[in-house]
Write a new protein. Structure first.
Length: 143
């Protein structure tokens, strides 16, 4: 018996795949959406979250990269594309989606890195987002 993924988790998975397509293949938003919509199970994703976060990452990519870059120990280009995708998603959600507690954002990003990233990618993602959270959500992280 397979356990169904929650709609928000499913949306995040499709978002990192779309960001990856953008980073590696240079695909634009329209191509990303066409590809995602063709995948079985896409209709079970949280569409509001998918649309908001995909739009947010693509619109604010440069600022998100800049915020992330100050918390990594190597050039942005040397970070794997999957981990870059997860970091961009996590940073966007921390910055723009205050309805999701910061600990949930970090945990979801860690789980995505465990599923899609390299062996220790989840540790890297955790470390970066843990440093970024107090800057993007000072009121929430000080509690």
């Amino acid at each position: 018996m397979s356990i169904s993924k929650p709609p928000r988790r499913r949306a995040r998975e499709f978002i990192i795949q779309g960001i990856y397509q953008h980073l590696v293949g240079g695909q634009d938003e329209a191509a990303i959406r066409v590809q995602a919509e063709s995948v079985p199970g896409f209709e079970k994703a949280d569409m509001d979250l998918y649309n908001a976060l995909l739009d947010g990452v693509l619109a604010d990519e440069a600022a998100l990269r800049e915020a992330i870059a100050s918390h990594i120990d190597r050039p942005w280009e040397e970070v794997s594309p999957i981990e870059r995708s997860i970091l961009l998603l996590g940073a966007c959600e921390l910055k723009s989606h205050l309805e999701t507690p910061y600990r949930v954002v970090i945990n979801e990003s860690i789980e995505l890195a465990k599923t899609f990233g390299g062996t220790d990618g989840h540790k890297f993602v955790n470390g970066v987002l843990d440093k970024l959270a107090p800057l993007l959500r000072p009121d929430e992280t000080q509690r």
